[in-house]
Write a protein that binds this ligand. Structure first.
Ligand code: ZN
Length: 345
């Protein structure tokens, strides 16, 4: 599932293509894609609104519209966003289309249908997106943005103080920090030399410092490299490169880049977790408490599927071809330009 760097890349790619455009209407072929409205009401609520901004909060794309409302788009497992001319061929996996007044369309393609789109008002007083006027904040359950300046070491320490669980599930908890998922949790813990099953309550001050630094530096690098194109993730202007820089994620059995011993894999809360059992040590007490989880550990040999998942671009290529035809490399075509904008970058 796309995490902070991937969703940030999607938002940045979409921004120049969408800001300034006006929405003329909407077509929805899978009603459950819409979190807040029935398809007809959704189309009526959007018609005539201008797109004023495209940003991100946590793992959601946020599209700011005129009239004090915004769309939230959660890509989930297989969601992708593409800006194409209205006459471009449309494949059956497109669940939602925003028709733009200039003859283009923003299409939400989602093979597995887990993606969700909501339309919410912005509270005039607080500036927060709310479920309804005077209602609860849409992002109330989300923790701080790890790349924002306010996410200081001191703030991180303050949030850790009340926590007693294990580090891997804690980093995945969106209420603790927003935007971190399986890929960057594993990478941050490896960089900080902290075992994913270590209990947060046992962290010493240097451990906290290394983890804070690792989370921020890895996410920042991943944003710079346009995210990790693993499984179905691709962005409007093309794949990311961060998958080549990952040290442990989906590298089970390959040598640890730091010590050369094989990367291990355990399943923690149904999530595959990758780490080096030499560089990321666990205390005897934590080891005893986690012995059932550690019994799932593998890593003597590489998992062939890991490499395939990391490298295979078949489904992403299919997504692009479905949108633009096999000859086109770029997805987003700006009005009045002959070549797809993705090529001209
Ligand atoms: Zn190692």
């Amino acid at each position: 599932m796309p995490e902070l760097p991937e969703v940030e890349t999607v938002a940045r790619d979409l921004r120049p293509h969408l800001v300034g455009a006006t929405i003329a209407g909407a077509r929805c072929s899978w009603a459950r894609t819409l979190r807040t409205h029935a398809p007809d009401a959704f189309a009526a609520a959007l018609a005539g609104r201008a797109i004023e901004g495209v940003g991100r909060r946590a793992k959601l794309v946020v599209v700011e519209l005129s009239g004090g409302v915004a769309l939230t788009i959660h890509l989930k497992m297989t969601g992708g966003l593409f800006v194409v001319p209205a006459d471009a061929a449309q494949d059956p996996y497109v669940r939602l289309v925003l028709e733009l007044a200039d003859g283009r369309e923003l299409r939400f393609r989602d093979i597995r249908k887990f993606g969700r789109v909501g339309l919410y008002p912005r509270d005039a007083a607080t500036g927060e997106l709310v479920t309804e006027p005077g209602g609860a904040a849409v992002f109330a359950g989300h923790g701080p943005e790890p790349l924002e300046e306010a996410f200081t070491l001191q703030a991180f320490r303050g949030r850790l103080r009340s926590r007693t669980g294990r580090l891997k599930p804690l980093l995945l908890d969106q209420a603790f920090i927003a935007g971190v998922g399986n890929i960057y949790a594993d990478e941050a813990l490896w960089a900080a030399r902290l075992h994913p099953l270590r209990s947060a309550a046992t962290l010493r001050r240097p451990d906290e410092r290394r983890l804070h630094e690792a989370i921020r530096s890895i996410l920042a690098e991943a944003v710079e490299r346009r995210g990790s194109s693993i499984d179905d993730y691709t962005a409007p202007d093309g794949d990311g490169q961060m998958q080549e820089r990952l040290n442990v994620y989906q590298r089970t059995g390959e040598p640890c880049p730091r010590c050369g011993r094989p990367i291990r894999r355990v399943v923690i809360g149904a999530r595959a977790t990758h780490f080096c059992s030499w560089c990321q040590r666990l205390s005897a007490a934590d080891r005893t408490a986690a012995r059932r989880i550690l019994a799932t550990m593998t890593g003597g040999t590489p998992r062939p599927t890991d490499r395939t998942k990391r490298a295979a671009a078949t489904r992403r290529a299919a997504a692009r071809a479905a949108m633009t035809g096999p000859a086109a490399a770029g997805m987003a075509t700006a009005p009045g330009t002959a070549a797809p904008a993705g090529i001209a970058r």
